[in-house]
Ligand binder design. Sequence first.
Ligand SMILES: Nc1ncnc2c1ncn2[C@@H]1O[C@H](COP(=O)(O)OP(=O)(O)OP(=O)(O)O)[C@@H](O)[C@H]1O
Length: 248
Amino acid sequence: MAELLEIRDLRKNFGALAVTDGVSLSVGEGELHAIIGPNGAGKTTLIAQLSGQLAPDGGQVLYGGEDITHLDMAARVRRGLARSFQITALLPGMTVLENVALAVQARSGSSFRFWRDAGGEEITNAQARAALEEVGLADRAAVLASALSHGEQRQLELAVALATKPRLLLLDEPLAGTGGQEAERLIALMQRLKSRLTIVLIEHDMDAVFQLADRISVLVYGAIAATGTPEAVRADPAVRAAYLGEDA
Ligand SMILES: Nc1ncnc2c1ncn2[C@@H]1O[C@H](COP(=O)(O)OP(=O)(O)OP(=O)(O)O)[C@@H](O)[C@H]1O
């Protein structure tokens, strides 16, 4: 498997706290790589450094062989690296379609003038509708984002990320706050996406993680305690002790 993402000795401190403590890991093209670990282990902080939201204090991030460590978020999105947020970043006063259309625009880098040009808006909306179709929200396109259920908002966040046509998708707790059928729908969606995208997934729902992941990395106190297939990670005594507990 060719490596799409390579993280080398990444470091981030908040004051005296080493939140990312020399993390090295690679993610192959087409892989779904889950990052698990206890609360406060530094998972979100790690993702933020991959998306370009947070600058690391040391180490390197390579994407498709290119050193992107010092690129900003917009430059990473243009290269096909998209993040779906743990904290909902939707515009509640805009429709579902408008939320996705804005993301399409961001990826194409189209100017405001292009947006207003005849045809521009239509193309943008067609791409936005395709993303909504993919996540199963097409029939909610005209509804205000604020009127969606929690699970639907998570679907919309995924549509927003997909609208940027990512090659690598960073998902931070996409199942948070969902349950039952909503969670099942999102898991089925991730299962579909993993056939055509590379995904780095942070998730606390262990059933979902063990079902979806090709490989799992366990982060404990900012460092990788283990990386391997779900079977290997489940069997790792250090992982069981540090995180999964007796009944894992
Ligand atoms: N901006 C910040 N300034 C100071 N400390 C921070 C900041 N962001 C995070 N931290 C601290 O860094 C540590 C790691 O936080 P992070 O959110 O990355 O963990 P996490 O593994 O994603 O946790 P969770 O599973 O609860 O989401 C925590 O102790 C947190 O309090």
